[in-house]
Design a protein around this ligand. Structure first.
Ligand SMILES: [Zn+2]
Length: 153
């Protein structure tokens, strides 16, 4: 898998059904905005959405992120029997550390033979999942310099 169109448009992929606390996140993706929760009281930031702060229990609001981060860890899937993803191997799954301090599991869209590395700078990309009306986020290298390790923060 090499590009966002192939990933997001993959026919037959499961489409998430948003729980109430996730609706703001998915609406943000559709608008091209990456949203995480921030506590109104203690300012704790969190992802995935829960609708209340996991530290103090108070209400959260949506915080729009820069859409930039770094690869915290990753794996490359080279073999799977899970359709339709068996048709796009190899692909990367990564935990991204957002510049805003939270971590997010996601696809990392880059050629399977690309030398992905921990610390690589990445940027968010949004797409509609298989013409479903549901939009989601994934990540891709921030620049050519990011791919070749010349992307000092
Ligand atoms: Zn709190």
């Amino acid at each position: 898998m090499t590009n966002a169109a192939d990933y997001f448009g993959l026919a037959g992929r499961p489409i998430p059904e948003a729980l109430p606390e996730w609706r703001g996140y998915f609406e943000g993706c559709k608008e091209g905005r990456l949203l995480i929760e921030e506590c109104a009281s203690c300012k704790h930031r969190q992802f995935y959405p829960r609708g209340q702060c996991i530290v103090c229990g108070d209400a959260t609001h949506w915080l729009e992120c820069s859409g930039l981060g770094s690869v915290y860890t990753f794996t490359t899937v080279r073999m799977t029997k899970a359709a339709p993803f068996d048709g796009i191997v190899p692909y990367h799954l990564a935990m991204i550390e957002l510049d805003e301090g939270v971590r997010m599991n996601s696809a990392l869209l880059a050629p399977g033979n690309l030398p992905i590395r921990i610390g690589m700078r990445v940027k968010v990309v949004f797409g509609e999942l298989a013409n479903s009306g549901v939009w989601a986020a994934a990540w891709e290298p921030q620049s050519a310099a990011a791919i070749f390790g010349k992307d000092a923060r």
